[in-house]
Design a protein around this ligand. Structure first.
Ligand code: IPE
Ligand code: IPE
Ligand code: MG
Length: 248
């Protein structure tokens, strides 16, 4: 059976966010170095992007490196940065040909110079594309993002550019790294951990959370389609009662 038959194509989430976890455990289970798992994880990213384009998801956010991940052994951090640069240089032409627009959230200036430069040029190269938007979360911390928005609010208020009674959650959202990106309808975390790990704390307020035991390198097209099918069975109530939703 074509896996797509499981899906209601009229109810595809516009934005799906991923905490790509389990590369290290996947590699260990095969007696390999952790970096072998990260390299395999890049293949999952490519397949998830392809599947998202196929089913009509408009935004994909991928948590690729947290501010906490700097605490990992330095060879792993270096390996991850090299993989990022290689993945961008290998994939940017195909991404561009497929209409994919690359954007980032997080403090990319804090990445090594070659990573920063290759990201900047890929962002510039793909900026007019109108297909899928791929959001890479790099050197990202949700708390820092919220704190920066709070400081920006202070600046707007104290300079008189904004009145305090004009401030709202919508205005505040415009000060986050995600200002041009709708909130995700679905968050998927692979590899069994049921936590958020400092990811999109503001934006996930009403997101459906889906945790799967599958390690990220094994999370491919069918797993993604199954996750969306599971999302489609959920009732999103937004504080209302079930009868109100079914009458809409
Ligand atoms: C996720 O896999 C990738 C990054 C955090 C960069 P992990 O490297 O966290 O894999 P586990 O959790 O150790 O298995
Ligand atoms: C979260 O995974 C960060 C990324 C996927 C980039 P981690 O593996 O770093 O999360 P914790 O530390 O186990 O919560
Ligand atoms: Mg992990």
């Amino acid at each position: 059976m074509n896996a797509l038959n499981k899906l209601d194509l009229q109810n595809i989430p516009r934005h799906v966010a991923f905490i790509m976890d389990g590369n290290g455990r996947w590699a260990k289970s095969k007696g390999q170095h952790r970096l072998f798992g990260h390299a395999a994880g890049v293949e999952s990213v490519k397949e998830v992007i392809k599947t998202a384009r196929e089913i009509g998801v408009s935004f994909l956010t991928m948590y690729a490196f947290s501010t906490e991940n700097w605490a990992r052994p330095s060879d792993e951090v270096e390996g991850l940065m090299n993989l990022l640069v290689d993945a961008i240089s290998n994939e940017v032409d195909e991404m561009h040909a497929n209409g994919v627009r690359l954007v980032t959230i997080g403090d990319i200036k804090g990445l090594p110079g070659n990573c920063y430069q290759s990201l900047l040029s890929a962002i510039e190269y793909t900026k007019e594309n109108t297909g899928l938007t791929l959001v890479l979360a790099l050197n990202y911390s949700a708390r820092k993002e919220i704190l920066n928005a709070a400081l920006a609010t202070h600046e707007l208020l104290s300079s008189g550019k904004l009145n305090i009674d004009e401030m709202s959650d919508i205005e505040f959202s415009k000060l986050l790294d995600t200002k041009d990106i709708p909130d995700p309808e679905l968050l998927i975390r692979t590899s069994g951990e049921c936590r958020i790990s400092n990811f999109l704390l503001w934006q996930l307020s009403y997101t459906e959370l889906l945790f799967t035991d599958t390690h990220w390198p094994d999370f491919r097209r069918d797993a993604f389609i199954d996750a969306i099918a599971a999302f489609q069975k959920r009732e999103r109530r937004f504080g209302m009662v079930s009868e109100q939703i079914s009458n809409q």
